[in-house]
Design a protein around this ligand. Structure first.
Ligand SMILES: [Zn+2]
Length: 113
């Protein structure tokens, strides 16, 4: 389950940031996750519950902002939403596209004290 690894990375980064800011407790972690990372919300929350135990984020809330996959067509320039199975321009049918959004995996904010 790759959510474990992702969650471990989020927690490690959050604890490091909070520690270097002189905090001893994390109350909230806000992240943005692109849908092409194929993270399942249930699995992510399960992983977070398991991994936060015994850390300074033990009581932290995990707020997740899921970002849809969007690409821009290199041929006609239109921007569109798509899933991972059909990355094709709806305007001109081209497959020559550039991903604009969808592979994000980042921490937006950490509330620590
Ligand atoms: Zn196009």
């Amino acid at each position: 389950m790759h959510e474990m690894g992702i969650c471990d990375g989020i927690l490690t980064a959050a604890v490091q940031a909070a520690t270097s800011a002189g905090a001893s407790r994390i109350s909230r972690i806000e992240v943005s996750i692109g849908e092409l990372t194929e993270v399942m919300d249930d699995a992510l929350r399960f992983a977070f519950d398991a991994l936060r135990r015994g850390t300074m984020a033990e009581e932290a809330v995990l707020a997740v902002n899921y970002l849809e996959a969007r690409s821009q067509c290199t041929e006609c320039g239109s921007e569109f939403r798509h899933d991972r199975f059909d990355p094709k321009c709806p305007e001109c049918g081209s497959y020559v596209i550039t991903l604009v959004q969808g592979r994000e995996l980042r921490i937006d904010a950490i509330d620590a004290e």
